[in-house]
Design a protein around this ligand. Structure first.
Ligand SMILES: [Zn+2]
Ligand SMILES: [Zn+2]
Length: 396
């Protein structure tokens, strides 16, 4: 059976997240989306781990009373010096059990107060960090998070590296997958041949439980009837992912170069002409994902590595409804329309991927149907995101 996984989210205990996140509303919205396995976020946080401990542990996953599946997951922020530069990178960790999660939390608590932030920041070299985790449990999976984002991405323009090996040195072989992040998609990553050996995965990095955040990117994996953690990590380690769901990379917050405060953005060719300086405030521009990918690329766009999985570009249904109604995505009107459509037609992935356009028109209206049709044909125009500002739909 094929299962949609979103394995990078946060709980209410991470900084900058919605304080109303609960297991109930995560499950509720994950079901509406069509997500089959959801990351727990923040398992090193003592309060959240206590909440998670109330769930039933089975085959390496956690099950709620109604049978919904969570995978133990957290994100950590590493700060360390390497090759003469200060480095800051985020890593997603997947854990096979509550027992192992507790051990990881205990290990990290040697470096920082794990109660202060659900996404702990620790000063430790990345190579050493992997070595320590592998001693705790071989089945912990470490996935560099949103690898291209300027701050905290493994390949980010601010404090990243040019290759996986430059960062993890002797521990590189333990890295099997890279999270491409919202501002890049597999096609962009295919342009760098040194990444061919990595599985490219996509998750939401949601900071709230709302359906326009949760599952906005996801990874489809094949699994036996009895779903289990071992099959999940085998798909990742053996590069057997079926497909990924991607937002249009232009929708991502760091797609182009720019300055949010100056409302200025530029393509990498323009940035080059400007010598990287913002024409408005004369300070260096924040170099986005497309620029970084271009600077490391050694293949033409459209060329494919030997083994690659397909991907589907789509924006959340809430974005489509908000655009159609001309209202903010967090308004009650948009949310109620979303709820109505889901209750009539089934989960969001089903509607966006498979439902007949005529039926969508009948239930959700002519325009929503046309926008979803345009999205399936990859014909939505997006005003690109930059320097922390999301892109948005402008036409279809
Ligand atoms: Zn992160
Ligand atoms: Zn500026």
């Amino acid at each position: 059976m094929k299962l949609f996984c979103d394995l990078h989210i946060h709980s209410k205990y991470s900084r900058g997240t919605s304080k109303d996140i609960s297991l109930n509303n995560l499950e509720d919205n994950a079901r509406k989306k069509g997500i089959n396995i959801l990351g727990t976020g923040d398992f090193t946080h003592p309060e959240w781990l206590r909440t998670l401990s109330s769930l039933k542990e089975e085959n390496g996953f956690l099950l709620t009373k109604t049978g919904f599946t969570f995978c133990l997951q957290t994100e950590v922020s590493l700060i360390f010096k390497k090759a003469g530069k200060l480095r800051k990178i985020h890593l997603v960790l997947l854990s096979p059990s509550l027992r192992t999660s507790k051990k990881i939390a205990a290990f990290i608590s040697n470096y920082t107060n794990i109660e202060a932030d659900g996404r702990p920041t620790i000063s430790i070299d990345a190579e050493r960090f992997i070595k320590e985790l592998k001693q705790i449990d071989e089945d912990i999976e470490v996935i560099p998070a949103h690898v291209w984002t300027p701050w905290f991405g493994l390949f980010g323009s601010k404090s990243g590296f040019d290759s996986v090996e430059d960062c993890f040195s002797s521990m590189s072989e333990h890295i099997h997958a890279l999270e491409t992040g919202l501002s890049s998609d597999p096609e962009m990553n295919w342009m760098i041949s040194s990444l061919d050996k990595y599985e490219l995965v996509s998750f939401s990095d949601a900071h709230s439980f709302w359906p326009h955040r949760l599952g906005r990117e996801a990874t489809l994996v094949e699994m036996p009837e009895k779903k289990n953690y071992q099959s999940l990590i085998s798909s990742i380690r053996e590069k057997k992912v079926v497909l990924t769901i991607e937002v249009n990379p232009a929708y991502g917050k760091y797609y182009l170069d720019g300055h949010r405060k100056c409302s200025f953005y530029s393509s990498y060719k323009e940035t080059e002409k400007l010598k990287g300086i913002c024409p408005k405030c004369k300070k260096p521009l924040t170099i986005g994902v497309l620029n970084r990918v271009a600077s490391l690329a050694n293949r033409e766009k459209g060329e494919k590595p030997d083994r690659s999985h397909p991907f589907i570009r789509m924006l959340p249904l809430m974005e489509i409804i908000a655009f159609h109604l001309g209202k903010g995505i967090t308004t009650k009107t948009v949310r109620m329309e979303y709820e109505r459509i889901i209750s009539e037609m089934g989960n969001e992935y089903h509607i966006l991927l498979d439902e007949k356009i005529d039926r969508i028109k009948e239930k959700a209206g002519e325009n929503i149907g046309e926008i979803i049709k345009a999205q399936r044909e990859d014909n939505l125009s997006i005003k690109p995101g930059f320097d922390g500002e999301y892109g948005k739909i402008i036409d279809y």
